[in-house]
Design a protein around this ligand. Sequence first.
Ligand SMILES: Cc1cc2nc3c(=O)[nH]c(=O)nc-3n(C[C@H](O)[C@H](O)[C@H](O)COP(=O)(O)OP(=O)(O)OC[C@H]3O[C@@H](n4cnc5c(N)ncnc54)[C@H](O)[C@@H]3O)c2cc1C
Ligand code: SF4
Ligand code: SF4
Length: 617
Amino acid sequence: MTSERQRMDADIVCVGFGPATAGFLTTLTRALMKPDGTPAFESQVMPGMPLQIMCYERADDIGFGCSGVVTKGRAIRASFPDLDLAKEIPNAVAAGEERVVYLQDPVGASRRTVGTKFMDGVFKAGQFAMRKGPSAQELPWIPPFLRKEPGLVMSMGQFMSWAGAQLMGTGLVQIWPGTPVAAPILDGDKVLGVRLADQGVDKKGNPDGAYMPGMDIHARLTVVGDGPVGAVGRRLDRHFGMPVGNHQHDWAVGMKAVVELPAACDLKPGTVIHTLGYPEPEIFGFLYVYPDRTASLGIFVPSWFDSPIRTSYRYLQHWMQHPYLWRYLEGGILRSWGAKSIQESGARGEPYLVGDGYARVGEGSGTTNVLTNSGVDEAWRSGVILADGVVDLLRRGESFTQGTLTAAYVRRRRADALDKELQTAKKARDGFQKGFMLGMMGTGMTGMTQGVLNLSVASVPPSRRIKPLSTVGEGKIPADKLSAAVEACAKAKQPLHDALMTLAGWPEIPFDGTLLMSHQDALFKGGKVQAAGGFADHVTFADPALCATCKERTCIEICSAQALMPGEEGGAPEFDREKCVHCGACIWSCSKALPDDPERANIEFGAGSGGLHSNEN
Ligand SMILES: Cc1cc2nc3c(=O)[nH]c(=O)nc-3n(C[C@H](O)[C@H](O)[C@H](O)COP(=O)(O)OP(=O)(O)OC[C@H]3O[C@@H](n4cnc5c(N)ncnc54)[C@H](O)[C@@H]3O)c2cc1C
Ligand code: SF4
Ligand code: SF4
């Protein structure tokens, strides 16, 4: 045990090991040695040695992932020109048949506005020209901007394990899983490195028996690739603010599962199905078929789904049971399960990309393409671009300042096809601010005109979109039944969503114990790692008194893992670190903005241990 904070010096430190930092490190390490085996660049912290490069990942393994993905994989393939990635990466397969399916509501409980009913009618009327499925119509043609072929269907976990193994094999980079980074070390506006999370502390962060302060890693360059809700990126955003006109208002949480398909299922590996229209119009779904009769499937619940009752777990179960999908899934077995947020402001969510001593890559730097619904290859590409710039600076012996990084990285990124595509996509989702129908029209318009025409609508922070509880059920639930249910749930210290969805007409879930199971059982099923002891709670409340005034308690309703539950009456929700899967949905689903900072809500999200890990995910 030591109570002194240790310090270590490195040349480059990376925060998070996702596709963005993997792309960065893959490209960088190839330039570090000369053909004769001597270092191309000498470490400034260990003279005579190659550059000392550290990468810290919060999850307990580098194969962290919560997303079966389909990706065109152009940048990833370009990094491995001699490899057939569909054969190299375990569980990967070439993208095959693609379908976009409009799901009608077969149970009559979904929130359908006049606009959505109109869409239902359009698809029904046009079904003579479409392939039909039970209560569903397949688009006869997939617009080019949505097509992923030729691409890859793969599991993020398997891909990251594979990419990590390639990197560690070089011996040129150290990747440390299970090591959350608490914060950047700032000296004014200069980033000096990062501070790892303290261990041996109680839930509030106070030193406990075996207190060990997190080490300070000082580095010439800090590469921040900690994804959409990373504590380091968020801290930088708060310190520097966002560039004028940019914001991070738009989000979704993806809840997904890996399912062993029943023997009777005839979907071929590589099949890609995207759905819209059900269980609520705003909830999109996906099903990607891996080799060996397994599928990665799930739904996205977005921040423009204004209802406070936004439980992704229960909605996932209703979605799976839609007759169009159930004919493939009935008899399947849930293998693992998880959730993760996605930044949906795309290029509008771009923060300051560089400053003295640091650069941002990946989703936290605004790389999600909100038109094509893709982010893996884009994140990887941003890492490759940064690495090219860093190698240039190393060759010229220049230091990593805001000026040199702007010239070496930001200018390169602006000139790259990545930036052009992100700019084209920038306004693709704006229409959803005004509802499902306008959202669909806006996306179609942006996609078909390559961003020349858009439906541009101003957006507001998510907390301003969340409607009062009284609107739940949109007239289907009598006021007295609603308040009785709210009272009963408060007494039983239970979230509201199950009771209110049932009152709104959603059928009970017929649990079968294999695919359809209680949320609690799914938590035990796989994918979840127990949080290591001795770390502070990573979900806290900026102003607990504000929670006492909050009726919607949307953080509890959306929580992907029942980690946020009603607490004492008049107090903040209770947080259970053991259950949290670090999905980040509570951050953008808090219904109260801070009075002195309307862009920020009442939840603080720090760096913590545990969470999700399943490398087949
Ligand atoms: C459900 C879902 C489905 C998706 N489907 C697709 C798809 O089909 N196709 C596609 O192209 N894209 C898809 N995406 C988007 C894609 O997953 C992301 O765009 C991509 O993962 C972004 O990569 P990244 O490296 O920037 O961030 P991430 O993948 O988020 O990686 C960041 C890493 O940093 C770590 N980290 C965070 N904070 C800390 C900290 N404080 N200390 C240490 N480590 C930290 C995290 O644990 C994580 O491993 C999907 C996303 C979701 C949520
Ligand atoms: S964190 Fe936000 S949504 Fe949750 S109870 Fe507090 S104010 Fe309400
Ligand atoms: S508490 Fe954890 S699991 Fe629940 S929404 Fe927040 S990050 Fe996700």
